[in-house]
Design a protein around this ligand. Sequence first.
Ligand SMILES: [Zn+2]
Length: 316
Amino acid sequence: MALKHWLRGALAALMIASAHAGGPLVKTQAPGYYRMMLGDFEVTALFDGAIDLQPTKLLTNTTPAQVTKLLGRSFEKEPVPLSVNAYLINTGDKMVMVDTGTGGLFGPQLGSLVANLKAAGYQPEQIDEIYITHMHGDHVGGLAPQGTLVFPNAIVRADKHDADYWFSEANAAKAPKEMADFFKMAVASFKPYIESGKFKPFDGDTQLVPGVKAVAARGHTAGHSVYVVESKGQKLMLWGDLMHFAAVQFPQPQVTIAFDTDSKAAMAQRKKAFAQAAKEGYYIGAAHLPFPGLGHLRSEAKGYAFVPVDYAPVKN
Ligand SMILES: [Zn+2]
């Protein structure tokens, strides 16, 4: 009798447990920030979202068959979700953001940078400096998607060669039709900052704040820049769009992309950056590597392999 009673109780408990086991699928991603220390600096990678792209249609100096084969080696098939990452560096004295994501200009799968900045414990008003790698909409769209300053206390800096190119009505008029939106987005994103005296272009290699400097890496655009972050002997190179598709361009750095203003120069910059990173062993971060897009490079076969950072607590 006691056993029967116990069994009935156990069965009831099981039924309750199974009644609570199901539930609607949540289908949201984890907050998109990742944090690490670089010497005395705190580096926070910020996820804006991911854009579904077809590298067989975009990559040049290769063939669709070759691209498909390389994607397969990385268990990827089209469309490939290309991350859009930005980086925040708290030097202790300054809050520096490198690139600003899309601001929602590329659809609802993207535009989460500000939400993720807040999730990471910061507010847009705290940003002192914004360094732009280049003026494509997925890097500058977050500056002012509604026409007003998202980062009201920030000075925005970018190479003057990009400003001269993207703000030129003559260049916009003679560019291919599919590039028209790139010009419009660049102009609209910078307008409120220019009008309030907050845009300060630089020309080539420039020390910006202690520990952060711009280095010209022109090719993808006329004024494409990478940013070197250094503290206590540790170094991080933020590459912007020196590369787009990891599965293809790490093994084959010669592969270029249709968005390049000057593909040959872009290829030369990528090869130089890959070789230097593999040789010197510093951290790299890139706008379109799978989030957080931080890690190291090593030489492998005729190209390179990417070794992502570990996901670990931040050490004091
Ligand atoms: Zn980009």
